[in-house]
Design a binder for this molecule. Structure first.
Ligand code: ATP
Length: 239
């Protein structure tokens, strides 16, 4: 337990009578990139939403730096240091790039550091500076995804949660997205990432968990899982 930031133990989440997660345990060390991979419907989004307080926990515990996340409202969990970029990005399309970024700094501490946070975001995403006055909805898909991630970093979160950041992007933009995640990693941001692009995700992940029909089927370092014949066969099209 080097420096465990997030600890999920024996988590059970259900939609009505239908259980989506069965006794799921994962952990995220501070400063690491952790990937959750698995087939469609395996429960990846459900796990992220439970961590952010968007779904009730039926059993088990979720803790961030030792503080329980099973109970507080999503707003309180955001204040505790979790920034969640959902699949579909959740941008305000009619608002400008700058207004979207400012909304990311909604906490008093972040608001006080708005200028520095904006400078940092613009250094990382120069495109967004050029387009600060443009409506978010008019950006390309890749730029919108960058904006959604930039907005999430405005609050200087302890944990950045990314749900399928590469979905719907062209191969070149997917590469840019992954290299951006690596840059954030180098800057010390802790990242929990869900990806369909399993090969790329495992390549940049310090550690990864494979979800299969609501249970953790395998776990290991990104390098271990990428080299695993079972993973290659099941998820990477290698026969
Ligand atoms: P995908 O990559 O397709 O988004 P996923 O691994 O993120 O898949 P989830 O979206 O977490 O999977 O879904 C896990 C299970 O829960 C699936 O069986 C799904 O049908 C079910 N489920 C998800 N959302 C709901 C909902 N709102 N109501 C009922 N069942 C749901």
């Amino acid at each position: 337990m080097a420096n465990r930031l997030l600890e999920v133990s024996d988590l059970e989440v259900a939609y009505g009578d239908v259980r989506a997660l069965w006794g799921v345990s994962i952990h995220v060390e501070a400063g690491s990139v952790v990937a959750i991979v698995g087939a469609n419907g395996a429960g990846k989004t459900t796990l992220l939403r439970a961590i952010s307080g968007l779904l009730p926990v039926r059993r088990g515990t979720i803790a961030l730096g030792g503080a329980s996340l099973a109970g507080p409202a999503p707003e309180a969990i955001a204040r505790m240091g979790i920034a969640h970029v959902p699949e579909g990005r959740g941008l305000f399309r009619q608002m400008t790039v700058l207004e979207n970024l400012e909304l990311g700094a909604f906490q008093p501490k972040a608001r006080a550091n708005m200028r520095q946070a904006l400078d940092k975001a613009y250094a990382l995403f120069p495109r967004l500076k050029e387009r600060a006055g443009q409506k978010a909805g008019s950006l390309s898909g890749g730029e919108q995804q960058m904006l959604a991630i930039a907005r999430a970093t405005m609050s200087d979160p302890k944990l950045l949660i990314l749900d399928e950041p590469s979905i719907g992007l062209s191969p070149l933009v997917v590469q840019q997205m992954f290299s951006l995640i690596e840059t954030l990693h180098r800057q010390g941001v802790t990242i929990l990432l869900v990806e369909q692009n399993i090969h790329q995700a495992l390549k940049i992940a310090d550690y990864a968990f494979v979800l299969k029909t609501g249970e953790i089927a395998m776990q290991g370092t990104g390098a271990e899982l990428i080299a695993d014949p079972e993973i290659q066969k099941a998820y990477m099209g290698v026969l």
